[in-house]
Design a protein around this ligand. Structure first.
Ligand SMILES: Nc1nc2c(c(=O)[nH]1)N[C@H]1C(S)=C(S)[C@@H](COP(=O)(O)O)O[C@H]1N2
Ligand SMILES: [Mo]
Length: 197
């Protein structure tokens, strides 16, 4: 797919240079913390254990742009059903292979259909978009999502993530037009992501 505009990309870990090609054969997603069944999953194991889905959804960056694509991967809720979080632990912390992190309430991830994404428009994610897998949170600004995901931990306490330390405190999508990169036009975020009905 070619887009009318170059898609901006943000990778805090690799300022000014391209992210490394991680060794996919050695890759494991670590899922742990306050769960009954911690797991270390290869891409193949994830594929065997979880139903694969695709979803055409738009993500929003706090810097005022958005991008819609068909994302392929797995539901965060299906992964959590498998590892069984301790009921009193309400948050999920995601950390990238390079050390970028963010924490979200589990209930919000489930409600918003958060995904573990491996494919964009039918192709494996390129390294700069978070190969081999990224957490995507569509109803919040995408700094809540973590590219090149390495670890998911169920935790008791919220902690501000990497991007929030730079001053972005509120991740809720704001009601002003954002530049839709795929359409090259300014679009209002839809009511469901603005939390209005
Ligand atoms: N590991 C990691 N994930 C990250 C970021 C980052 O810097 N490092 N930036 C976030 C932000 S602010 C946005 S807008 C999206 C950008 O995704 P893109 O590169 O596909 O445009 O990734 C999010 N996930
Ligand atoms: Mo962003």
């Amino acid at each position: 797919m070619t887009y009318p505009r170059k898609i901006p990309t943000f990778f805090w870990e690799f300022p000014g240079h391209t992210p490394p090609e991680f060794d996919l054969a050695a890759y494991r997603l670590n899922v742990g913390g306050a769960v009954q069944h911690p797991m270390e999953l290869t891409l193949q194991e994830l594929h065997e254990l979880l139903p694969r889905i695709t979803a055409k959804r738009r993500f929003f960056c706090v810097n005022g742009w958005s991008l819609e694509a068909e994302w392929g991967g797995y539901r965060v809720s299906d992964l959590l059903d498998m590892v069984r979080p301790t009921p009193t632990a309400e948050f999920l912390r995601a950390t990238s292979l390079g050390g970028y992190e963010d924490t979200s309430p589990i209930a919000g991830l489930i409600d918003g259909g958060a995904m573990l994404v491996t494919h964009m428009d039918g192709d494996p994610l390129p390294p700069k978009r978070g190969r081999p897998m990224r957490l995507m949170v569509f109803d919040r600004y995408q700094f809540k999502g973590v590219k090149a995901l390495g670890t998911l931990e169920v935790v008791q306490e919220y902690r501000a993530g990497t991007w929030q330390k730079y001053g972005y405190h509120d991740a809720s999508i704001q009601p002003y037009p954002h530049l839709a990169i795929d359409k090259n036009e300014d679009l209002m975020p839809p009511a469901e992501v603005l939390g209005i009905s």
